[in-house]
Unconditional design. Sequence first.
Length: 113
Amino acid sequence: MLGAVAAFGAVVVLVAAVYGFARLIRLAPMVRDVAPFLSGGSPAEHAVSRYHVRWYTITMVFLAFDMEMVFMYPWTLVVAEVGTPAVVEMFLFLAVLVAGVWYAWREGAFRWT
C-alpha cells in the first residue's frame, strides 16, 4: 500500500515538473485569439456546422462493420477448435448486421440528396 502511494506521488511530481518545464520554455504566450489552423486565418464557418447530419449515420454504419471485423478475427481461431457451430453462429451474426444495413437503406440513410 505504501509503495502504491509513493508511486502515485512520484507520478504527480513528475507530471507537474514536465508541465512546469514546458511552460517555462514555451516560445510565445498563450493567446486564445490565434487559430492554430489555416495558417492563423479566421475560420469561415463554425466547426460544428461543417458536416451534414447524414455523415453521422454513415459513421455509425461504418463503426458497426468495423466492430464486425473485431469479432471476425478471433472467430477464425474458434472455427478451428469448435467447427460447424461456430460457422453457423457467425453467419447468424452477419445476418443481423445485414438486416441493420437493409433497414438503414430502406429508411433512406444512404441517400445523398
